[in-house]
Design a protein around this ligand. Structure first.
Ligand code: ATP
Ligand code: MG
Length: 493
């Protein structure tokens, strides 16, 4: 549609509203219903209208009438009806002929004396008309006089070769027939108009009835969008397809609610985690300021604590940024064929100082050389997070074993520790952001509960999987599965 430049806003609104109305299911349903009904009714009426006209005016109808009268005249002759006009079958048929066009049938003998009259008025009198004279002389004739009376005269012959025994005359008013036809036509038109009006009313009723559930669902959605409450749509729907739309919308609302809840939880967790190091720094700085003439040693100690808190704050922010990047749609992995055993060695080397500090032994067991198409830096980050946990949440003189293995399709990296273990009820929450089993203990170790979420997102981005098996006070086992060949979708360079 072309909207003229500078059209006033109200004109545009009216045009939009009209377009909305025309393209609505309600209108289209009404239109189809009306068109189907109207097409049927109009074609039927036109048929009746035209057949009414043909019946009277068409010459073929008149020929048919002549032939019917001729057959009847032949039977009148054969049965000797002229001499025996009481004969019931033929008199009955003559009355039927008279009824045909609301006319009159007469039978006269060869002297033009009327022996039978369907109107029972002129029996015994004589007929004087051109059609009667012609018919008695043996010629069929049909005339229409100035008053519109149509007269058909047919000779009655008793036996072939013999002179006519009389004549059959049939007369009817063509004008009267025309009047009847025209009144019939008027009735057809009035009935058609009444039917069309009824069709409009019924069409509006049906279209409203069918579109009502859709309108109700739409109104319920509008109400939802206007409020903060995300209650499910509770509209009764009798039709299965629309019921499906409602149920799917409710599923979407449930999902939106859960996304909303997790977003709120995430925001409150982020604020809390970012606030904790800040509060510690504030306490340290305040106590330094409140103490006058302190030794350089005390200043150094406080500043070193503040420095640790700054590192922690930095770590949380960079973990959050990593997570946001991994969860974003634009996650692009730079995958290449990497020696996974070598990669495990790199991670272990990084973790060794922490392991020595915690008196934990870290051993690598390479069952075979494994190469896989992975994003090296991301996988190092994921392994570091898991291995760091295995050292952090271990016991003094404990150990961590790293195993690298593969089958035809996948590579398996297993990290098994002899640490404190994880309670069963915590296992399903382990990869949630900010989740920590023992909040107080994690605080001591400086964890914020983001390490495993990052590892999980990285493995998921590789179309891999992480499984955890743990026994309290016995140890924990993480099994990372990665496809050996990166799927095309994730390969970007
Ligand atoms: P950070 O973000 O610094 O890694 P974090 O280590 O506390 O902090 P995650 O690595 O996500 O966070 O681990 C979540 C929680 O799971 C930990 O706080 C810890 O309670 C538990 N956990 C993880 N790995 C182990 C393990 N090997 N043994 C025992 N508990 C573990
Ligand atoms: Mg961790």
């Amino acid at each position: 549609m072309c909207i003229p430049n500078g059209a006033p806003a109200t004109t545009l609104t009216i045009m939009n509203n009209n377009l909305k109305r025309i393209t609505s299911i309600r209108f289209i349903f009404f239109l189809l219903f009306f068109l189907a009904g109207a097409a049927g009714a109009v074609s039927m009426s036109v048929g009746l209208y035209v057949s009414g006209k043909e019946d009277i005016l068409d010459s073929s109808s008149r020929k048919l009438l002549l032939s019917y009268s001729g057959d009847l005249a032949e039977r009148i002759g054969k049965e000797g009806f002229v001499d025996n006009p009481e004969e019931p079958v033929i008199s009955h048929e003559l009355r039927n002929l008279a009824l045909l066009y609301d006319g009159r049938a007469l039978v006269c003998d060869d002297s033009l004396r009327i022996v039978f009259d369907t109107a029972h008025e002129r029996e015994g009198t004589y007929l004087i008309s051109d059609a009667a004279v012609s018919a008695v002389r043996g010629h069929e004739r049909s005339d229409v006089d100035e008053e519109g009376i149509c007269v058909i005269g047919v000779p009655v012959i008793a036996e072939e070769g013999k002179p006519t025994a009389g004549a059959l005359l049939y007369s009817f008013s063509e004008e009267k027939q025309m009047q009847q036809v025209s009144s019939l036509r008027n009735r057809i038109i009035s009935l058609l108009v009444i039917f069309l009006v009824f069709l409009v009313g019924f069409g509006i009723f049906l279209s409203k009835r069918f579109s009502r559930p859709l309108m109700d669902i739409s109104a319920a959605m509008l109400r939802l969008s206007a409020t903060d409450r995300n209650d499910p749509i509770d509209v009764p729907v009798p039709y299965s397809e629309i019921r499906e739309i409602r149920d799917n919308a409710n599923r979407m609302i449930t999902k939106l609610n859960s996304v909303d809840e997790s977003r709120q939880a995430f925001v409150s967790n982020v604020s809390h985690e970012l606030k904790t190091p800040m509060s510690s720094m504030k306490v340290l700085a305040d106590s330094l300021l409140s103490q006058e003439h302190q030794s350089e040693e005390v200043y150094r100690e406080f500043l070193s604590d503040i420095n640790t808190e700054i590192d922690r704050e930095n770590q949380i922010i960079s973990d959050l940024l990593t997570l946001v990047k991994l969860e974003g749609k634009a996650t692009s992995l730079k995958t290449e064929k990497v020696h996974i055993n070598g990669l495990a060695e790199i991670v272990i080397k990084r973790i060794l100082p922490l392991a020595e500090e915690q008196h934990v032994e870290v051993v690598v067991e390479n069952q075979r050389d494994v190469y896989a198409e992975v994003d090296e830096n991301s996988i190092i980050m994921a392994l570091t997070n898991i291995l760091e946990n295995s050292v952090k949440y271990n016991k003094k003189n404990g150990s961590v074993r790293v195993t690298v293995n593969a089958d035809w399709n996948n590579c398996f990296i297993t990290i098994r520790d002899t640490g404190i273990g994880i309670p069963e009820e915590s296992l399903s929450h382990l990869f949630e952001k900010f989740y920590r089993v023992d909040k107080a203990r994690s605080r001591e170790t400086g964890g914020s509960g983001l390490g495993l979420s990052i590892a999980y997102e990285i493995v998921k981005a590789h179309n891999g999987d992480i499984k955890v098996f743990s026994k309290l006070q016995k140890g924990t086992k993480f099994v990372i599965t990665l496809p050996l060949v990166a799927s095309k979708k994730e390969v970007t360079s």
